[in-house]
Write a protein that binds this ligand. Structure first.
Ligand code: ADP
Ligand code: MG
Length: 564
């Protein structure tokens, strides 16, 4: 019980730091169980891991708040925020060496993500919340009094006010669950309405600044052009009107600074749900959408990029292309092909971050440099084929070249931050510039049968896994660079990718399964056993957030240690 813990703490006070190890275990507090899952070895080591367990009846959340998994994830997110807010308010500070008294919990951004930080068991209603605490010390001497303040004073207050339904703002929780259900409803409706994205009228797309993802104040609210306006009837909010972007090829043009990239960015992040007040609550994109950009210098491993690149002057095989240092165009070609492997049905491309020679080749250049002399088949020559033969839509921002007018189904102009449908006008103008190039023969999709083999390094459990924030992870001292995987939002997602790489090496790779099968198995594991299952065997559960399958692929594909 908690009294045992109190006695234990007074016994080990002022002893050497390793005596803290004795605190490992579970303790019954009024209304919840505190579990000390992992104790750090010294004051400077990674902080200790704790979890709080509240059984279903005590927690008391009614099932209608978490019946759907989107509701459950939103509720978990809300409770994490609430707990974090209370802990921050308490602004507890213990003095001492190393991480003494440092309390950390997941920091949630604008997106609602599934996290190990908080889990509500869908069957029993049992609640688990995780946190890390730097166990306090002076030098290397235990300061148990400070830990006692945290565990017996601060934590009980935070738990009391954040994990029991009876003490929470119930209308607010209902609103959280309702929003999640409405967002899911839109996402589910997209395919049957023939849409790949929806942007509600009144949405606020721009952010406060380059470093803040809060909504911009006094922004021009989004307003749909009449031609693309659709109305949905949401289960809770009722009727909502906005722009439905139809499947096919959509081109976004407009003068510089008129809001093209801002719209595309919002669509990229529309694969996630956003919290109330964000401005993008009802910007919903097909969940398989992948942002494609050029990524100079990335590594490519045995990827079939021959639908875009052929007959390189150095004779390299582009049906199984490998490089440690890709060029702009080859990296962008690989990014497209890998997105297809990841099963995307929507590509999102911004000219600002594209390799020009991958996107277009102008008429004059085609006359001077014959097609036979050009290894690159630009994206413009494949974009219709991707849609017509494979059902993969593209939304493309291109303000500087009219070449895509010919191949687009819909052309939007951003005009002072408001979109206008200029399809008819642009098509008419384009007809005066006929395309001369002979049609290409279609390229079959690559076979996607890369079968990674397990690496001997992963036998046993001496694997060094280090999280490098949002931008990467390091596995056995090898860094996987995730900087340009733009739809990755959170350092905890990157951390989860690192764990997933290790898990796959240890459990799923046998040289017989394709990458697609391995990612499918990871997805099943995460669906059925939760994110925690990636941490098996390690000391306690780390803070992880769930990445999409598309980002799992992106990570595998940038991992040079993978034996392909
Ligand atoms: P483009 O890609 O067309 O050059 P951007 O999308 O980069 O333009 O937008 C240019 C600037 O306008 C950015 O600073 C952005 O924050 C701001 N902006 C975008 N949309 C809006 C809006 N709806 N209201 C006010 N400012 C906006
Ligand atoms: Mg731009």
């Amino acid at each position: 019980t908690s009294n045992d813990l109190k006695t234990l703490l007074s016994r080990i006070d002022r002893r050497g730091y390793p005596a803290y190890k004795d605190t490992r275990g579970t303790y019954q507090f009024p209304g919840y169980v505190l579990s000390i899952d992992h104790v750090q070895g010294d004051p400077f080591a990674a902080p200790s891991k704790l979890s709080i367990h509240v059984d279903g009846r005590q927690a008391g959340f009614p099932q209608n708040l978490y019946r759907l998994s989107c509701q459950r994830i939103a509720l978990q997110d809300e409770l994490t925020r609430r707990f974090g807010h209370l802990a921050a308010q308490a602004s507890f500070q213990a003095k001492g060496s190393g991480h003494s008294g440092l309390i950390s919990i997941s920091r949630c951004g604008q997106e609602v993500l599934e996290r190990t930080a908080c889990r509500l068991d869908p069957n029993t209603g049992k609640l688990v919340l995780r946190l890390e605490v730097g166990f306090p010390a002076n030098g290397r001497t235990i300061n148990a009094r400070e830990l006692e303040k945290i565990l017996f004073d601060l934590l009980p207050r935070c738990v009391e006010q954040s994990l029991f339904y009876r003490n929470l703002n119930q209308a607010r929780l209902q609103a959280v669950a309702d929003l999640a259900e409405d967002q899911q409803y839109i996402r589910d409706m997209l395919p049957q309405m023939g849409l790949c994205a929806f942007v509600a009228d009144g949405s606020v797309l721009p952010r406060a600044s380059g470093v803040s993802s809060l909504p911009m104040k006094n922004a021009v609210p989004f307003h749909s052009p009449q031609e693309l306006s659709v109305t949905l009837d949401l289960p809770h909010r009722g009727k909502i009107t906005g722009m439905g972007i139809r499947r096919g090829v959509t081109l976004i043009v407009g003068g510089g600074y008129h809001g093209k990239s801002t719209l595309l960015k919002a669509l990229e992040l529309g694969v996630y749900n956003h919290i109330a007040g964000d401005g993008r609550e009802y910007v919903i994109t097909n969940e398989s959408a992948v942002k494609i950009r050029s990524e100079d210098g990335r590594s490519i491993r045995r990827t079939d990029i021959s639908m875009f690149i052929n007959d390189l002057p150095n004779g390299k095989d582009t049906a199984s292309f490998t490089t440690e240092d890709a060029s702009g165009s080859t990296s962008q070609a690989a990014n497209v092909v890998e997105a297809l492997e990841a099963g995307t049905s929507l590509l999102l491309i911004d000219e600002d971050t594209s390799a020009t020679n991958f996107m277009v080749r102008d008429e004059l250049m085609q006359r001077v440099i014959h097609r036979d002399m050009e290894p690159i088949t630009p994206f413009i020559d494949r974009v219709r084929e991707l849609y017509e033969a494979h059902g993969i839509s593209t939304i493309l921002v291109a303000g500087s070249s009219g070449a895509y007018f010919h191949v687009a189904d819909t052309i939007l102009q951003m005009d002072r931050y408001v979109p206008r449908d200029i399809t008819a006008l642009a098509k008419q103008e384009a007809s005066a510039f006929p395309v001369s190039a002979a049609p290409l023969s279609p390229a079959p999709l690559p076979s996607f049968d890369r079968r990674p083999a397990p690496s001997p390094e992963f036998r046993g459990d001496r694997i060094k896994l280090k999280s490098l924030g949002r931008d990467g992870v390091s596995i056995n001292r090898e860094t996987i660079d995730l900087r340009y995987v733009e739809q990755l939002r959170d350092g905890e997602q990157s951390a989860a990718l690192g764990y997933a790489m290790v898990y796959a090496q240890q459990h799923l790779m046998d040289g017989r399964h394709t990458l697609r099968q391995i990612v499918a198995e990871l997805e099943t594991l995460l669906d059925e056993k939760g994110l925690e299952s990636l941490c098996g065997g390690r000391s306690g559960v780390s803070f992880l957030a769930r990445p999409r399958a598309q980002e799992l692929f992106a990570c595998f594909n940038r991992y040079q240690g993978l034996q392909l």
